[in-house]
Design a protein around this ligand. Structure first.
Ligand SMILES: Nc1ncnc2c1ncn2[C@@H]1O[C@H](COP(=O)(O)OP(=O)(O)O)[C@@H](O)[C@H]1O
Ligand SMILES: [Mg+2]
Length: 286
């Protein structure tokens, strides 16, 4: 990870708190707020609820056209494309570009469960995969994820990240919103991350495209987690802060020679974010 090389710019390097590994025991916190799931209620976004909804709405027969139309692409990253489903705020479709098609012939569409290790916490995790027949001899695969609220944070990290006015404005307004979130939102994020990590989910936190800022509920949500596997990954809090500072773009801006006013503004918000984050880490790690 290139993070360590650039940490210095954000003066993280000198602060040992950021180098705690987060594979620590789960935090026990009574204030833990359950997010979206209320099993059996209208907010139920479990696998069972999905299956029932899919049957009722003939989703399997419509899926192909939902994907093809790409009408509601929520975002595109290196790996996949995430697509919203009309009139549905519980789940999204994720198509992984490299494993989208297979030579396997199947006769009818089918839904398979992916175990949800954190039914009480929405981390945008996969709860199912679906296979549908594709032409005569192949099939198509996609995933069903619990839908996270909020809007994608910062500048999409897909290069090139042009230092133009539009991007600078998005960067600064992202930082501003993040800086204005209450301290509790940062603490919640850290608790969620620890929970996800303890459950074995693998995530990619240094990438701001995996952070969703939910201004309405004052939450910092994340997406793009892989289900628990054999791989163990170590994260550092600095990786997460890097994403919260929209690091890649932030560095490009800081290194530029023009844009003085923008740099001053970005620094102002970055300092607030860093301060809140640092305090939240210290508090949650006590
Ligand atoms: N569970 C989700 N709920 C809502 N939006 C999502 C969800 N998962 C992904 N997205 C949106 O789609 C974008 C790309 O998805 P992501 O899983 O990050 O793909 P990649 O692996 O290619 O980076 C994200 O940046 C986010 O805007
Ligand atoms: Mg991503």
């Amino acid at each position: 990870m290139k993070i360590s090389a650039i940490n210095g710019i954000f003066t993280l390097k000198h602060n040992p708190v950021y180098h705690y590994k987060i594979n620590l025991p789960a935090m026990q916190n009574d204030a833990f707020i359950k997010t979206t799931s209320f099993k059996g209620s209208d907010n139920d976004d479990s696998f069972k609820a999905f299956k029932k909804w899919a049957e009722e709405t003939d989703f399997l027969n419509n899926a192909e056209s939902i994907i093809e139309k790409k009408g509601k692409v929520l975002g595109c990253g290196f790996e996949g494309m995430t697509i919203g489903i009309s009139n549905n705020d519980k789940w999204v479709i994720k198509v992984i570009k490299r494993s989208n098609f297979s030579q396997q012939r199947i006769d009818k569409p089918e839904i398979f469960e992916i175990e949800d290790k954190l039914p009480d916490l929405n981390i945008g995790q996969m709860i199912a995969y679906v296979k549908i027949p594709f032409f005569e001899n192949s099939s198509r695969l996609f995933y069903i994820l619990r839908r996270q609220k909020g809007t994608s944070y910062g500048i999409n990290n897909m290069p090139p990240q042009k230092l133009n006015k539009t991007n600078i404005d998005i960067h600064i307004s992202s930082l501003k919103k993040m800086a204005e979130l209450p301290y509790e939102a940062y603490k919640q994020l850290i608790r969620d991350i620890i929970k996800a990590n303890d459950a074995g989910y693998i995530f990619d936190h240094y990438n701001p495209n995996n952070i969703m800022l939910d201004d309405e509920n004052k939450r910092i949500n994340f997406v793009d987690v892989d289900p628990p596997g054999n791989e163990r990954v170590s994260y550092q809090f600095s990786d997460i802060l890097y994403a919260l500072l929209d690091g890649n773009f932030g560095l490009a801006l800081l290194n530029s020679t023009q844009n003085e006013d923008a740099i001053a503004e970005a620094k102002k918000y970055s300092d607030i974010i860093t301060e809140k984050f640092e305090k939240a880490v210290q508090e949650e790690m006590k």
